[in-house]
Structures are given as structure tokens and as C-alpha cells.
Design a binder for this molecule. Structure first.
Ligand code: SF4
Ligand code: SF4
Length: 180
């Protein structure tokens, strides 16, 4: 078999160099055919939606944006061990650890905490492996179905602790639910 006849898709077309006829050289037939395709699509069911104004219904098991959890006293659970970053197949997580100082016991549960914790949402594939790997029950993908909002700058997709840590009010609500 010659190399010229090999085609991976099996749809290889031979390029024809034959001279165009007068009508072909006017391109009128080709333009008309193209317009007919466009017009036909106007009356067909649309497969696209006007995101972000319109949103598709999501699956009940959809994993939403990550959250760094607080415990029942409102302290951050994360101890900056790095297990989530190691488990992440997309290498989306980076962090910087710091030591807890005296007086910060009500802020951080462990002696070491994440001073900086960032997830690159452009890399993340929402697989949930970070959640599986975490020994401190500190990170999880929420059931809120909140999607990462669209943005025009790459920096806007680097989510730091300001966007990831559970709001204190939510931690307090969880505490009340546990007590009741
Ligand atoms: S969900 Fe998956 S890809 Fe996203 S940060 Fe966690 S481990 Fe990485
Ligand atoms: S989120 Fe969990 S696994 Fe990741 S650094 Fe914090 S404690 Fe470790």
C-alpha cells in the first residue's frame, strides 16, 4: 500500500485540480447552497444556549465549586498538608503553609494552616480527588451547583481563600443544626 492512499479517517478525498466551469467560477451556486444550509438551521431545534444568561439544568450529582470547611467552632480545618495538591490530576492546587501563633487557636484548628490556598479553576476538572485525599475533612465540592462564573481575565479564575473558605455564618448554621 502506498503512503498516498493511507487515510486515518477513511474519508480522504482526492484533490481535484480540474479547471472550474464558468458557473463554478461565479461561486453563485456555492453561495446559494451555503445560504440554504443557514436557512435550514434557522428552523431546527437549537443545540446552543445563551450562556451565562441561560443555564442548563444540572445533574443531581453535579459537583459545584469547592469549599474549605470550618469546624463547629468556626475554625478552618485545613492543615496545609498538601495531600489534595498531590492527588490533584490537573495540578490545580497550590498552597503556602504557616504556623499557628498563640491566640489564633479560634481561627485555625490545627497547629499548621494554609496561609495561601489557591485553586486554578481553569485547570480544575471537578473530579473530587482533592476531597477524597483530604485527611482533615477540610475541602469538598459543594452540592450548591454553583458554577465558576465566566470572566475575561485569567487571574479571575485563580480562587484564593477569600472565595474558598466557608462563610462563618454557614459554619454557625451547621453548628445550630447539629445541636437541634
Ligand atoms: S476537583 Fe480534581 S482537578 Fe479540581 S482541584 Fe480537586 S483534585 Fe484537582
Ligand atoms: S485541604 Fe485537606 S488535603 Fe488539602 S492541604 Fe488542607 S488538610 Fe491537606
Amino acid at each position: 500500500m502506498s503512503l498516498d492512499t493511507i487515510s486515518l479517517s477513511g474519508k480522504k478525498k482526492e484533490v481535484s485540480n480540474k479547471k472550474m466551469t464558468f458557473w463554478e467560477s461565479l461561486y453563485l451556486v456555492a453561495i446559494f447552497k451555503g445560504l440554504m444550509i443557514t436557512i435550514r438551521h434557522l428552523f431546527q431545534r437549537k443545540v446552543t444556549i445563551k450562556y451565562p444568561e441561560e443555564k442548563r439544568p444540572l445533574s443531581p450529582v453535579y459537583r459545584g465549586q469547592h469549599m474549605l470547611k470550618r469546624d463547629e467552632l468556626g475554625r478552618e480545618n485545613c492543615t496545609a498538608c498538601g495531600m489534595c495538591a498531590v492527588a490533584c490530576p490537573a495540578e490545580a492546587i497550590t498552597m503556602k503553609a504557616a504556623e499557628r501563633k498563640p491566640g489564633e487557636e479560634l481561627l485555625y484548628r490545627e497547629e499548621k494552616y494554609a496561609e495561601i490556598y489557591e485553586i486554578n479553576m481553569l485547570r480544575c476538572i471537578f473530579c473530587g480527588l482533592c476531597e477524597e485525599a483530604c485527611p482533615k475533612d477540610a475541602i469538598y465540592l459543594t452540592e450548591t451547583k454553583v458554577m465558576v462564573p465566566s470572566a475575561s481575565k485569567r487571574e479571575d479564575f485563580i480562587f484564593g481563600k477569600d472565595k474558598l473558605v466557608m462563610p462563618l455564618t454557614e459554619a454557625m448554621k451547621n453548628r445550630q443544626n447539629q445541636l437541634s
